[in-house]
Design a protein around this ligand. Structure first.
Ligand SMILES: Nc1ncnc2c1ncn2[C@@H]1O[C@H](COP(=O)(O)OP(=O)(O)OP(=O)(O)O)[C@@H](O)[C@H]1O
Ligand SMILES: [Mg+2]
Length: 244
């Protein structure tokens, strides 16, 4: 079985000297959904930004059998759909519909097809009602949904999602789990939400200081790194109850 993503010995340093990746090896196989855990600043976002060539470090990256390089970049970008951690980096067209249609248009769809795909994707994320709005007027959760629609409209082979459930309301989070579960693509999902990860992922990996230091079943990784939301201390719970 050819891996969908293969990364070997990836190193990256930002211009200010921050060593963000310090020798990462990673494989994503067809059918997998991998949760990517790790502390703030451990290198998760930096890592995924390498997968479609937004950042370039030292090391080897192969996507769907193509070594990532200048010539393969457009093809690689059509295979990997990426939802960024910051939606504002993703949404730039005058209307929501234009924004979601931009990807399919870019990949060669006719305007008619692109609009059709965009409407279907907006429907999938519950945002069709906002198709005429300016993306920068949307709420944070709405922006996340539209950014996801933009990726779904391109029907990529791999989904890379950087904290996709941040800002989503509770029903929106459940809907996202159902939606992602229903999609056939392999997925790499960065999240701090261990319940969200447990509901979706077939495996978890853990980043520490620019290194991938562990991998295994989600529960095992969560336990090993004590990676659960800590309960509020009893005295704070008490005062919270009294206030409301
Ligand atoms: N543009 C940049 N210039 C300099 N340093 C950066 C830049 N972007 C990120 N870093 C640094 O690189 C390291 C890794 O950052 P990264 O954003 O990849 O972390 P992360 O694991 O995604 O964290 P979070 O959970 O907070 O999203 C951090 O030390 C961060 O301060
Ligand atoms: Mg990040």
């Amino acid at each position: 079985m050819t891996p969908l993503i293969e990364v070997r010995g990836l190193h990256f340093q930002y211009e200010d000297g921050t060593k963000a990746l310090d020798g990462v090896d990673f494989t994503l196989d067809p059918g997998e959904t991998v949760a990517l855990f790790g502390a703030n600043g451990s290198g998760k976002t930096t890592f995924v930004l390498h997968l479609n060539g937004i950042l370039r470090g030292q090391g080897d990256i192969t996507v769907c059998g193509m070594p990532l390089g200048k010539e393969t970049l457009p093809a690689v970008r059509s295979k990997i759909g990426m939802v960024f951690q910051d939606s504002d980096e993703q949404l730039f067209m005058p209307t929501v519909l234009d924004d979601v249609a931009f990807g399919p248009l870019n990949l060669g769809s006719t305007p008619h097809q692109a609009i059709h795909l965009a409407e279907a994707a907006l429907d999938q994320v519950g945002m069709q009602h906002a198709s005429g709005k300016a993306p920068y007027h949307l709420s944070a959760g709405e922006k996340k949904r539209v950014a996801l629609a933009g990726v779904l409209a391109m029907n990529p082979e791999i989904l890379v999602l950087d904290e996709p459930n941040t800002f989503l309301d509770p029903p929106g989070q459940s809907n996202l789990v159902h939606l992602l579960k229903s999609l056939p693509q392999a997925k790499l999902i960065i999240t701090h939400d261990t319940h969200f990860a447990a509901a979706l992922a077939t495996r978890a990996v853990f980043f520490e200081k620019g290194k991938l230091v562990a991998e295994g079943p989600v529960d095992e990784i969560v336990q090993r790194f004590n990676w659960r939301y800590s309960a509020l201390p009893a005295d704070l719970r008490y005062s919270a109850q009294r206030r409301f």
